[in-house]
Write a protein that binds this ligand. Structure first.
Ligand SMILES: Nc1ncnc2c1ncn2[C@@H]1O[C@H](COP(=O)(O)OP(=O)(O)OP(=O)(O)O)[C@@H](O)[C@H]1O
Ligand SMILES: [Mg+2]
Length: 358
């Protein structure tokens, strides 16, 4: 997987030497092995940012039953909160309906809500570098940037200034990487893929671009070749508390039609370099998560290591062909169900049936 986050962080900060080590370690990938057990270990997205910018509020909204303490004071979070999040996917509903499945199981990723970082964190300021080590354990970073004005909510630097906030965070990540320990383990924070999350006031939700802070983050994100998602953590957390039937009315009153969480979760999933394939039958339709570029036996190994070891063939049909045919049997009749061997690279949305021998 391409790990190019130095590239994501550097243009605004111009620390020229870092590009060298980005290039040198580029081949490093935690997914290069075929071991399925590593996959399930490697789907973590860390929520990072200055203190009191809305990280825990966002975490609670995104993680069903999330119980991270979110409150209006800096360094509210100390120990990281971890939660599993289902990846919303319309295709799962369609396949499940066609196969008359008893249940459907979505793909999931893990979100980690991390303590706030301040300038000098890499030197022990604030909650110090212990918290940078929590960032080291995640595979991608969601950097929450405060774009809402609210005099009642303390900003650690006294004013809303997304550019300066982003520079503080990115510089701490870079300083932390320059320590010998980090280099030794080749586990550089600046090589992790990153999305900027502009946390806006509810009044800006309908048209986030009208907010000059958001425009500033947009410019920066685009300079750094990173994605940007605008969201109101406050609104999302209030929404998650409402009964489902009242949610659309609340969203309507803010001038938007749907929650921004689905978008954020899907963007995070893509950022992690993940792909989905499906198994679909009467018992269940299930979305399985693999790393881009995995072969059919490796993908089978995500279900069970026996499937990988005893892999014979995979019967495969693309999602679109499956839907057009209506079932696996009909796809076979139409000749769109292919029989693939061990070198087949699984494609996004493939519906698969594995033949194996143990
Ligand atoms: N979009 C928003 N609009 C208005 N208020 C918000 C918004 N997002 C978060 N808040 C408020 O900001 C305060 C801080 O939120 P939260 O505790 O989530 O921050 P945090 O980044 O997790 O802080 P810490 O680093 O201290 O753990 C809370 O009072 C929360 O309600
Ligand atoms: Mg917090």
């Amino acid at each position: 997987m391409a790990r190019m986050a130095c590239h994501h962080l550097l243009p605004a900060l111009s620390v020229p030497s870092s590009r060298h080590y980005a290039g040198a370690f580029h081949f490093q990938s935690r997914f290069s092995s075929s071991s399925a057990s590593k996959i399930s270990m490697s789907l973590k997205a860390g929520i990072v940012g200055l203190p009191n910018v809305g990280k825990s509020t966002l975490f609670n909204a995104v993680v069903e039953n999330g119980k991270a303490q979110a409150a209006n004071f800096p360094f509210c979070t100390i120990e990281p909160n971890v939660g599993i999040v289902a990846v919303p996917d319309q295709r799962l509903t369609v396949l499940s309906h066609l196969s008359k499945s008893q249940r459907s199981v979505p793909a999931s990723i893990e979100f980690v809500d991390i303590a706030g970082l301040v300038k000098g964190a890499s030197q022990g300021e604030g909650l110090g570098n212990k918290f940078l080590s929590h960032i080291r354990e995640v595979d991608s970073i969601l950097q929450v940037v405060r774009c809402f004005e609210d005099n009642d909510i303390v900003h650690v630097n006294g004013k809303i200034d997304p550019r300066s906030d982003i520079e503080v965070i990115n510089l701490e990540l870079i300083f932390s990487d320059l320590e010998q320990e980090a280099l030794k383990h080749l586990c550089l924070l600046t090589m992790k893929p990153l999305i900027y999350v502009a946390n806006v006031a509810e009044s800006d939700l309908a048209e986030p671009r009208n907010n000059p802070h958001v425009r500033e983050v947009m410019t920066l994100a685009s300079d750094l070749q990173s994605e940007l998602v605008a969201i109101s953590a406050q609104v999302e957390s209030e929404l998650s508390e409402l009964p489902p039937e009242e949610r659309s009315e609340f969203l309507g009153s803010l001038g938007v039609s749907e929650s921004g969480l689905g978008n954020l979760i899907r963007a995070t999933y893509r950022l992690l370099g993940l792909r989905t394939y499906f198994t679909s039958g009467e018992k269940e339709t299930k979305a399985w998560t693999i790393q881009a570029g995995m072969t059919a036996p490796q993908a089978a190994g995500v279900i069970h290591s026996d499937f990988e070891r005893g892999f014979i063939r995979a019967e495969t049909v693309s999602y679109d062909d499956f839907v057009a045919a209506g079932s696996l049997a009909a796809a076979r009749e139409r000749g769109v169900l292919r029989s693939e061997g061990k070198d087949y690279i699984v494609q996004e949305g493939d519906v698969m049936l594995f033949r194996f021998n143990v």
